[in-house]
Design a protein around this ligand. Sequence first.
Ligand SMILES: [Zn+2]
Ligand SMILES: [Zn+2]
Ligand SMILES: [Zn+2]
Length: 359
Amino acid sequence: MLANDLRKDYILDRWVVIASQRRRRPTDYAKGQSEERKPSICPFCPGNEHLTPPASLIYIVENGKIGKTRDNDGARRKDWIIRCIPNLYPAFSPPTAAMENQKDNSSLHFSHKHVHYVRMEAHGHHEVLIESPDHDEHPSVARLPQLIQVINALKDRATYFMQKEYVRYISIFRNHGASAGASLSHTHLQIIATPIIPKIVGEELDASRKFYAETGRCVFCEIINRESASERLIWTNGDFTVFTPWASINPFEFWMFPKRHQTTILELTDDEVKGLAEAIRVSLGGLKRLLNDPPYNLGFHMIPDEKYHWHIEVYPKLAIWAGFEKSTGMYINTVSPEEAAESLRETFKIEEENLKSIQ
Ligand SMILES: [Zn+2]
Ligand SMILES: [Zn+2]
Ligand SMILES: [Zn+2]
């Protein structure tokens, strides 16, 4: 498959993938914001594996233990509990062996009368992680042992992508609800490995390096300490802290940090994986309970740099960003993070108690 074009704005540090293969899906444009329903044939449900590309990673249960395998020779296994597959319409795709040997993929600048046109190959990976064979086992209601395996599978795929020489960043994200961009309602995450560090995490990294140089400390550890004693703290367990950020741009936005300083999810111990599963279950369960299962997006921010501290940001989609936000990159949030934290604290507490009662 030919790589897509990855293009940079004339002046801004803003890149876009020109994904023309995606044009093959006209229904994407016609669909609008209609309510999603469970499709009559869900390609992610067990039994329909032939509707997807062969899996790059499968978790199965063998003699009571987790086993790992993949689809081979065009066959599809049906006894999986977690399944990772390449996206059918990838925004980023790996270089062919020939391309990999041939040339590096540094960005090319060429100018027409001093206006710069910058491009590179959109090399990388784009995968879907199907979080459960059960269509509706979203993290807000998931069993903890299942969520633990979801996190372990993310670690496995991130480990694999990080070894690729053309990969600079790994984005893990989740779209929930049709209006937040989920085209299929079966519970799933996406993983996109890119050849550049995206703007937002790049800015976070620059700021944390600067803070480190000035103080010798991690700016994120400092933020976690401050917010643990603030009115924006929502919930905490032994390993994770969840709070609404000081300048959240989305109503009811919250962030989730490991308490121990660590740069990516690859550093999570088995105990911390359990702690993260609980934090995700309680947080997304609490969000669902408070706002009647709102659409949301979430993203992991992680960079293997000792001055960085990985975290998850959750953005409920309750406001519509329009002319002002789109044209300025400035936002208006009508719910203060302090008010949001107060409401979220109550429903997180209920979810935590419910979770304890079923354990
Ligand atoms: Zn399904
Ligand atoms: Zn830190
Ligand atoms: Zn971040």
